[in-house]
Design a protein around this ligand. Structure first.
Ligand code: NDP
Length: 524
C-alpha cells in the first residue's frame, strides 16, 4: 500500500489503487468459502449449541454466509464462568504484557483487513471503503487504548505522604479492573464497536464475553479469532451468538457480570440499564445509544462543502449510522439554492452490490428495516414532500436484496413525530428556518445528543459549538456533516439519550470507565 496513505473515514474517498485490488482478491477468497458452520468460543474452545441459525446476506438473501450457534442461557453461563476463571491470571499479568498482546491483536486485524472487510460488505451491506474503514478503526481503537495505558504508566499514581510523626506513609492510587466485562454490539459497526470496547476492557485487565448482533455474527467471529491468535490466554475473550432477547437477556441478568458496554438502540439500552440495576449492587454500564443528528446551514455557508458533507452523512451505510445526518435546518436565503443541489447529487449516488467499487449505497440490514423504510416512506409522502427517493428497489439485481433509494423529504410539519424518531434508514428530512437561533432550538429539541454539524463562518461555528448539545460536533466539514469520527482525532460518544457516561470512546477519559480506584496506604 502506498506508504503515506492512512485509511480513515475522512480519507477513504480517494484511496490508492492497490487497496481496490487487494479488496477484490480477498472478496474472491471469502466468497469461495461461504456457508460454513462456526462455533462459539468459550474458554478457548469451539462450543456448539443444539440449535443453529443461518446468516444470510442482505445483498442477496439466497447467499448463506455461514451457519451459527443459537446460544442459550446455559451457554451464557459457560462463557461467564470461563471469563471468571481467566480473570485472576489476566488481571495480574503486567500491563506491559497485556499491551504487547493487544498490539499483536491489532496487527493481526490489520493483516486481515481485506478478508474481514470483504466479509463485512457481504454481511452488513456496507460499501467497500466503509467496510475497510470499520476494520481499520477497530485496530486503531485497540492501539489507542494501549497508548493510554502506556501514557498513564498503568494507572498507578504515587500520592502525597500524610504527615505522620514517627512513621512513614506510602500512598498509591491504582486503577484496577472490575472483573468480567460483557460487550454487546450492534450490526452497523460490528468490528469497531465490538473491538473498541473489548480492547479497552482487556488492556485494563478485565476478561470479556462478546455478544454480537444476530445480523453480524460472522465478522465478529473473525475479530474474536484475531484476539485468540494473538495469544491471549484461554477464557480471556469469549464469544457467544444468539438472540438478544434470550441469550443477551440471560447475560444481562447473570450476577457474574461486573460491567457492560452496550452499543445499540435507545429502547434496548434503557431496558438493559434498568435490568442491570436489579443486581445486588451498582455495577458500571457504558451505554452508547441512538442519534437524531442535525446539520445546521447558515446563509453564509459554502454550499459545495455543505451539500457533499450532508450527503455523505445522510446516506453513508444507507443512513444506518448512529451518527447519520437525519435532520437538516437551512437558513431561508440559501434554502432554494442548497436543496435542489442536494436532490441532484442524491440522484447520482449509485445503489447496488456494496462490494462493487462504484457503489456508494448497499442494501439495508434486514427484512424489518426494509419494511420500516416502506412504511416511513408512505407516512412521509402523506405528511410532507418526498423530493427524491421514497421507493424500495425491486427490479433486476435488486430483487433478492433489501435495496432502498436514498430519500430527501421537505415540508414535514415540525411537530411531526418523525422529526424526533431515529428511523435508521436512508431518509433525511429538511426544513427551512428563519435564522440560526431557530435552527439551534430545533436541533437541540430531541431526546438525543450524539453528533451535529454546522456550515457557516468561523465566528458562527464558535457559537454553534457553544450552544449545540451533542458529544461530537463538526463545522464546515465536507468529509461528513455529522459522521466519520476516528479514535485519537474525534473520540466518539453522546449526550442525553445518546450515551450514559459523557466520556467518548477513543479519547482521554474513556479507559477510566473500565477500572475502579484502589488507594493503597502502607505504613513503614
Ligand atoms: P439493537 O438495540 O437492536 O441491538 C443491539 C444489540 O443488543 C444486539 O447485539 C442485540 O442482539 C442485543 N440485544 C437486543 N435485545 C437484548 C436484550 N434484551 N438483552 C441483551 N442484548 C440485547 O441495535 P441495532 O443492532 O439495530 O443497532 C442500531 C442501533 O445502535 C441504532 O439505534 C444506533 O443509533 C445505535 N448505535 C449507537 C452507536 C453509538 O456509538 N452511540 C453506534 C452504533 C449504533 P440481536 O441482534 O440478537 O437482537
Amino acid at each position: 500500500m502506498a506508504e503515506t496513505f492512512k485509511l480513515t473515514y475522512a480519507t477513504m474517498f480517494n484511496p490508492p489503487e492497490e487497496l481496490h485490488t487487494r479488496f477484490e482478491e480477498a472478496l474472491q477468497k471469502i466468497k469461495a468459502g461461504l456457508g460454513k458452520e462456526h462455533g462459539m468460543l468459550i474458554g478457548g474452545k469451539e462450543h456448539f449449541a443444539t440449535e443453529k441459525f443461518e446468516d444470510r446476506s442482505p445483498v442477496n438473501t439466497d447467499w448463506v454466509l455461514g451457519v451459527f450457534q443459537k446460544g442459550s442461557a446455559k451457554d451464557a453461563q459457560a462463557a461467564l464462568a470461563a471469563a471468571r476463571q481467566a480473570f485472576p491470571l489476566w488481571s495480574h499479568t503486567p500491563w506491559q504484557e497485556r499491551v504487547a498482546l493487544l498490539r499483536k491483536a491489532a496487527d493481526l486485524i490489520d493483516q486481515r483487513t481485506f478478508e474481514i472487510g470483504a466479509a463485512m460488505a457481504l454481511e452488513v451491506g456496507k460499501n467497500r471503503m466503509e467496510s475497510l474503514g470499520d476494520v481499520a478503526e477497530t485496530a486503531d481503537l485497540i492501539r489507542y487504548a494501549c497508548f493510554q495505558v502506556e501514557k498513564n504508566d498503568g494507572y498507578v499514581v504515587a500520592m502525597g505522604r500524610d504527615p505522620l510523626v514517627g512513621y512513614t506513609a506510602i500512598n498509591f492510587s491504582a486503577l484496577r479492573p472490575y472483573g468480567v466485562w460483557l460487550v454487546i454490539s450492534p450490526f452497523n459497526f460490528p468490528t469497531a464497536l465490538t473491538g473498541g470496547p473489548v480492547g479497552s476492557a482487556l488492556v485494563t485487565g478485565n476478561t470479556v464475553v462478546i455478544k454480537p448482533a444476530t445480523d453480524t455474527p460472522w465478522v465478529v467471529r473473525m475479530l474474536a479469532d484475531c484476539f485468540r491468535d494473538a495469544g491471549l490466554p484461554d477464557g480471556v475473550v469469549n464469544y457467544v451468538t444468539g438472540p438478544g432477547s434470550t441469550l443477551g437477556q440471560a447475560l444481562i441478568d447473570h450476577p457474574e457480570v461486573d460491567g457492560i458496554t452496550f452499543t445499540g438502540s435507545f429502547d434496548v439500552g434503557m431496558k438493559i440499564y434498568r435490568d442491570f440495576a436489579g443486581g445486588r449492587y451498582v455495577r458500571p454500564i457504558i451505554l452508547e445509544l441512538g442519534g437524531k443528528n442535525p446539520a445546521i446551514v447558515s446563509k453564509n455557508a459554502d454550499l459545495e462543502r455543505t451539500a457533499i458533507g450532508i450527503l455523505r452523512s445522510a446516506f453513508g451505510l444507507q443512513g444506518q449510522k448512529c451518527s447519520a445526518c437525519s435532520r437538516v435546518f437551512v437558513e431561508e436565503p440559501v434554502y432554494d439554492e442548497l436543496v435542489p443541489r442536494l436532490v441532484e447529487m442524491t440522484e447520482k449516488l449509485v445503489v447496488g452490490d456494496p462490494t462493487d467499487r462504484s457503489v456508494y449505497i448497499g442494501p439495508v440490514i434486514n427484512r424489518n428495516s426494509y419494511q420500516d423504510y416502506k412504511n416511513f416512506s408512505e407516512e412521509l409522502s402523506q405528511a410532507g414532500t418526498i423530493l427524491t427517493g421514497g421507493k424500495a428497489l425491486v427490479e433486476g439485481d435488486f430483487a433478492k436484496g433489501y435495496f432502498c433509494s436514498p430519500t430527501l423529504v421537505a415540508d414535514l410539519p415540525l411537530n411531526h413525530r418523525l422529526w424526533q424518531y431515529e428511523m435508521f434508514l436512508p431518509i433525511t428530512t429538511i426544513a427551512r428556518v428563519n435564522n440560526l437561533d431557530e435552527a439551534m432550538s430545533l436541533a437541540n429539541n430531541v431526546n438525543y445528543g450524539l453528533t451535529a454539524g454546522f456550515y457557516g463562518t468561523n465566528e458562527e461555528a464558535k457559537w454553534f459549538f457553544d450552544n449545540i448539545r451533542a458529544g461530537v460536533t463538526y463545522a464546515n466539514r465536507p468529509q461528513g456533516a455529522t459522521t466519520g469520527a476516528w479514535p485519537g482525532f474525534q473520540p466518539f460518544g453522546g449526550w442525553k439519550g445518546s450515551g450514559s457516561t459523557g466520556k467518548n470512546a477513543g479519547g482521554h477519559y474513556y479507559l477510566h470507565l473500565y477500572m475502579h480506584e484502589q488507594i493503597q496506604t502502607l505504613i513503614v
